[in-house]
Write a protein that binds this ligand. Structure first.
Ligand SMILES: NC(=O)C1=CN([C@@H]2O[C@H](COP(=O)(O)OP(=O)(O)OC[C@H]3O[C@@H](n4cnc5c(N)ncnc54)[C@H](OP(=O)(O)O)[C@@H]3O)[C@@H](O)[C@H]2O)C=CC1
Ligand SMILES: CC(=O)C(=O)O
Ligand SMILES: [Mg+2]
Length: 622
């Protein structure tokens, strides 16, 4: 029986849970070390029963409580007489959900279910994954985050704001579970392609962790969603009376770094070295730095940089079976050179270098990226050109300004580029628009990671189809409104030639009597299995080799039958099996690299991964 009691201790000197007292047993609650004048919480483990049992989402079974359970647990009279097993409850709820025509209503209904009956929530999600993924995850979760304040009911996850500075360890102890294995944390600054949603970004860690359980089999009680609230620069939210976060501009610089440092230290202190921390939807000016700062001291990975890279590489490896040729034969062009874009680019280069044994610098030359500075600086250009005619001084700087304005990342821009773009600054004349870049570079594969919808125009897709028999086009930005193009646009504009995948799901498209099934290139294929692999092996660090192993494992799950249908990702219906295979390969890599702490190494890692998975079936109570 799990305790729902608050486990916070009073007195910060009691916070070191490694301290052993009472015969070597860890003094988790600080009781042994408390002096007589220090106050401690008199915690207790109690058996939930009666009304409390029905209100406890982890143990509630609703009408599925048996007659015996109703007697034994004081439930008589608290439930109507009928008995309804889990299958029938599932049928009823799916029927009810389908009555809602507005996706956000389905989202709210699912969140209510999660808060009411956790096992039933996961049973629904696992059994109806293709139908419910778009509800609890992208695209609907994006809208939910935008309206989080209005639809807010019961808080989910842990909120750590600037107000908790100096007390983060105590805040972690407020969480009712002690055995946490995965934390998904955001600061809400780049929620999907929707920008800064501040504290309302909480929908993302909550959604991601529900996938950790449903798709990867981690126990819900071992998952902790966290939002770090350092303010928001979103004026609309700051002026919204229902906004749930701090009403101030974002803290930056030292103040931000100190809060994050305290958080990372407290997490390790409270949960140990093997808790997995997934950074999610941070803006790129923090994301790269946090990842590099903590990857040598914590078990961390950034889903947007690394998880996305792994899923897209898997899709590319599969697509090669349809396109022909090797990875090194391809030329890549990205629209968007941030976390997703440069993360994917780097993993492609790593895999290419691994396959060809050429230096990674050579592999990188096959990959080109376009960023937005051209749009942002067009205005400056106009001003500068105007001034050019009236100012001798500006005549001198004209060339520099022009160089800055190019969209394609090229070597002449190198000095002004953010550090994560510099490896992609190849020798080339400056190019301003994506269309011109497509025509000049002639990529075989076009990747959208800009967060801006409708940027793969008809001309861009037609150009791709004019020099590729089977152009690979991935519109990876989320949610659907930010997708660089729709599936229908990709297939119709390319006259059925495109091999297409998108970050958010699109329905199959019929074109010229043929049905095209788009792939969903979303990191949801990777992080649940990757996380499971790290946990079951007791890994202490994440390495690029593990991401490559995850990509290869996912690509290996695409069968000939799938290829025959034009699929480059396996259907989500088999995701638990897929996650077990990914987990096994990741765990194997952790053992090979000497980073696994759970010994001995299981002989059959796939079976072991499967055996570790959480099942949502109801349990019988004595
Ligand atoms: N499918 C999936 O699994 C995933 C999808 N994504 C999606 O990818 C998108 C980007 O995320 P992320 O990389 O983290 O975001 P970043 O903010 O780190 O990067 C966005 C990049 O796009 C560029 N950009 C923005 N607007 C334009 C434009 N109009 N033309 C050309 N380039 C433009 C930016 O340019 P500049 O650098 O000049 O500002 C920047 O390089 C989001 O929509 C996100 O939802 C992210 C992770 C996973
Ligand atoms: C899928 C995801 O992680 C994103 O769009 O940010
Ligand atoms: Mg993300």
């Amino acid at each position: 029986m799990e305790s729902t009691t608050n486990t916070m201790v009073n007195g910060s000197d009691l916070d070191n849970n490694n301290a052993a007292g009472g015969g070597g047993v860890v003094d988790v609650y600080g009781e042994d070390f408390a002096t007589e004048d220090q106050l401690i919480t008199p915690w207790t483990v109690s058996v939930a029963s009666g009304y409390t049992l029905l209100r406890d989402p982890r143990h509630n079974k609703g009408l599925a409580f048996t007659e015996n359970e109703r007697d034994a647990h004081y439930l008589r009279g608290l439930l109507p007489p009928a008995l309804m097993n889990q299958e029938l409850q599932e049928k009823r709820l799916m029927h009810n959900l389908r009555q809602y025509k507005v996706p956000l209503q389905r989202y709210v209904a699912m969140m209510d279910l999660q808060e009411r009956n956790e096992r039933l929530f996961y049973k629904l999600l696992i059994d109806n994954v293709e139908e419910l993924l778009p509800v609890v995850y992208t695209p609907t979760v994006g809208e939910a985050c935008q309206k989080y304040g209005s639809i807010f009911r019961r808080p989910q996850g842990l909120y750590i704001s600037l107000k908790e500075k100096g007390k983060i360890l105590e805040v972690l102890k407020n969480w009712p579970e002690r055995n946490i294995q995965v934390i998904v944390v955001t600061d809400g600054e780049r929620i999907l392609g929707l920008g800064d949603l501040g504290c309302q970004g909480m929908g993302i860690p909550v959604g991601k962790l529900s996938l950790y359980t449903a798709l990867g089999g981690l126990r819900p009680s071992a998952c902790l969603p966290i939002t770090i609230d350092v303010g928001t620069n979103n004026e609309q939210l700051l002026n919204d009376e229902f906004y749930i976060g701090l009403r101030q501009k974002r803290a930056t610089g030292q103040e931000y770094a100190e809060l994050l440092q305290e958080f990372m230290t407290a997490v390790k202190q409270n949960y140990g070295e093997k808790v997995l921390i997934q950074f999610e939807d941070f803006a790129n000016h923090n994301a790269f730095e946090l990842l590099s700062k903590y990857s040598s001291s914590h078990l961390v990975f950034n889903d947007d940089i690394q998880g996305t890279a792994s899923v897209v590489l898997a899709g590319i490896l599969s697509a090669l079976k349809l396109v022909g040729g090797t990875l090194a034969d391809q030329t890549f062009l990205f629209l968007g050179a941030g976390e997703a874009g440069t993360g994917i680019a780097e993993l492609i280069a790593l895999e290419m270098s691994k396959q060809t044994k050429a230096p990674i610098e050579e592999a990188r030359k096959k990959i080109w990226l376009v960023d937005s500075k051209v749009q942002q600086l067009t205005f400056i250009l106009i001003i500068c050109l105007f001034n050019y005619y009236v100012s001798v001084y500006l005549r001198r700087v004209k060339t520099d300004v022009l160089n800055l304005l190019q969209g394609l990342i090229v070597s002449s821009r190198k000095e002004s580029l953010q550090h994560f773009k510099k490896p992609w600054a190849h020798e080339h004349a400056p190019i301003k628009s994506l269309l011109d870049a497509v025509k000049a570079i002639k990529p075989t594969m076009l990747m959208g990671t800009s967060g801006v919808g409708k940027t793969f125009t008809k001309e861009v897709v037609e150009a791709m189809a004019s020099f590729n028999e089977k152009p690979v086009i991935f519109a990876l930005s989320n949610p659907t409104s930010q997708s660089e193009c729709t599936a229908e646009e990709a297939y119709t504009w390319s006259k059925g030639q495109a091999i297409f995948a998108s970050g958010s799901p699109f329905d199959p498209v019929e074109y010229n009597g043929k049905v095209f099934v788009p792939g969903q290139g979303n990191n949801a294929y990777i992080f649940p299995g990757l996380g499971l692999g790290l946990i079951i092996s007791g890994a202490i660090r994440v390495r690029d080799e593990m991401l490559l192993a995850a990509s290869e494992a996912l690509a290996a799950q695409v069968t000939q039958e799938h290829f025959d249908k034009g699929l480059i990702y396996p259907p989500f219906t088999n995701i638990r099996k897929i996650s077990a295979h990914i987990a096994a390969k990741v765990a194997a890599k952790a053992y090979d690299l000497g980073l696994a702490s759970r010994l001995p190494r299981p002989k059959d890692l796939v079976s072991y991964a499967e055996s570790c998975m959480y099942s949502p079936m109801y349990r019988s109570y004595r």
